[in-house]
Design a binder for this molecule. Structure first.
Ligand SMILES: [Zn+2]
Ligand SMILES: [Zn+2]
Length: 241
């Protein structure tokens, strides 16, 4: 299993792209979130053709803003490319369908919809109200032989997610967690709040402006890990292998 981020910024950190990743999981290729900078990033790296599945943490614009573009692009320019949108439950499917219907009229012409339960190894953790008040969002847990990767999505109250992770059978676990360096920002997790929760898990922060990273932040940022980022260089290397 491999996560490669297309961007690691927060909603307003456009220099770093909206937080999103291409996930290779059990030989499938999943686009995880699709904010307004994701379509140009996918075009830049010639990756639209590789998208088999799309999974979304929530419907904020920095996570879904270019979803319709991506689907239209696949439909009109990529032969035999019809992404499958994985949805965690029926209510979220309805919201997502309505969101796309306003842009595409008939979303089912551009994408297939499949319950996430049909994709063994990925589970949704319902984080309703823990990012924004009365607002639906999800974290996702990916498990293959031996490994577990947790993707927090946007989360201001991380306690329930960590309680859930701790209730799972022990496994090497990597956590990608949204992080803020501003204590007043309650929509995302203030880095000091993560310190007592994280224990001996490996945690990497994302959804932030790396130039604001304080010296006493003990968590490495995804942005600083070249092997976790999609860059023209990393793709070049892969192609030449
Ligand atoms: Zn966000
Ligand atoms: Zn959000």
């Amino acid at each position: 299993m491999k996560f490669r981020f297309l961007g690691t910024g927060g909603a307003f950190d456009t220099d770093y792209g909206n937080s999103a990743a291409m996930v290779s999981f059990k030989e499938k290729s999943i686009l995880l979130d699709c904010g307004f900078t994701v379509y140009p990033a996918l075009r830049q790296h010639q990756l639209t053709r590789t998208i088999e599945y799309i999974l979304l943490t929530h419907l904020h614009n920095d996570h879904t803003g270019s979803l319709a573009n991506v689907l239209l692009h696949c439909h009109f320019f990529n032969k035999n490319c019809r992404p499958i949108i994985l949805y965690p439950d029926d209510d979220f499917r309805s919201e997502l369908y309505e969101f796309l219907r306003l842009q595409l009229q008939k979303p089912e012409e551009y994408a297939e919809f499949l319950p996430l339960s049909e994709m063994p190894g990925i589970t949704a953790v319902d984080t309703f109200g823990q990012h924004a008040e009365n607002y639906q969002s999800y974290a996702y847990i990916f498990e293959d032989e031996g490994n577990r990767v947790v993707f927090s999505g946007d989360l201001g109250q991380p306690e329930a997610l960590f309680a859930h992770i701790r209730s799972l059978p022990p496994r090497p676990t990597c956590i990608y967690h949204d992080i803020t360096f501003n204590e007043q920002n309650t929509a995302h997790t203030y880095y000091k709040k993560l310190i007592p929760l994280v224990g001996d898990y490996n945690l990497y922060g994302y959804h932030c402006d790396p130039t604001q990273n304080p010296e006493d932040n003990p968590f490495p940022l995804v942005y600083h890990q070249p092997n976790m980022m999609i860059t023209s260089d990393s793709l070049q290397k892969q192609l030449s292998l």
